[in-house]
Design a protein around this ligand. Structure first.
Ligand code: AR6
Length: 192
């Protein structure tokens, strides 16, 4: 399904947006998409599989040359056949392997690493999937709070990228992120 915008808040003149649909279906107006990868960076199921299928074999060839990526970090490549300039591969934590505080630290860390790479490559728009909330088993409501507060903190610095999208695949993920956004808007007095 082509992504549809469902919600949006303004943070320091930047835009934090909730979308629903398939992250591989954006056009070139979104300069980069993030992938929820594993530390081998050699592909997998879920959104990783969808991104590699859409991007074609050039993406895997480029990923092979990177030699993997530790949990909590990110790596950037071209986007193969996708219309974006880059794919940023994020390795989130497997929720059951650590205590909740350590998982939250690593999840925030991979979002921040992706934002740094985007800024270093002159990107102004970046779309994320809900990292770790599928195969990696991160509870949706907790992951939504971590993701949204990390993205809002980035926007509050005033640095690029200034347009951040979280792309939710199903209704449960969308609901969890809408609730977390409502909480964030109240806590930080943001404009919806
Ligand atoms: N567009 C947007 N979101 C999607 C799409 C899509 N096309 N497909 C799935 N999602 P997951 P993880 C959502 O499992 O939990 C892979 O095998 C999905 O509903 O893709 O970080 C990797 O290689 C969920 O909310 O990633 C790793 O081994 C979210 O994307 C492992 O899975 C993330 O689900 C990473 O697990």
């Amino acid at each position: 399904m082509k992504p549809v915008q469902r919600d949006r808040v303004d943070v320091a003149g930047g835009s934090l947006e909730l979308w629903q649909g398939d992250i591989t279906q954006f056009g070139p107006e979104i300069e980069a998409i993030a992938n929820a990868a594993n530390s081998s960076l050699l592909g997998g199921g879920g959104v990783d599989g969808a991104i590699h299928r859409a991007a074609g074999p050039a993406l895997l060839t480029e990923c092979r040359s990177l030699g993997g990526c530790p949990t909590g970090e990110a790596r950037i490549t071209g986007a193969g056949r996708l219309p974006q300039r880059h794919v940023i591969h994020c390795v989130g934590p497997v929720y059951s392997q650590r205590n909740p505080a350590e998982s939250a630290r690593l999840l925030a860390s991979t979002y921040r690493a992706a934002l740094r790479l985007a800024r270093d490559h002159g990107l102004n728009s970046l779309a994320f999937p809900a990292i770790s909330t599928g195969v990696y088993g991160y509870p949706l409501d907790e992951a939504a709070r971590v993701a949204l507060s990390t993205l809002a903190e980035h926007l509050a610095t005033g640095r690029p990228p200034r347009r951040l999208l979280l792309v939710l695949y199903d209704d449960a993920a969308l609901r969890a992120h809408q609730e977390a956004l409502t909480q964030l808007v109240e806590e930080r007095s943001l404009r919806r």
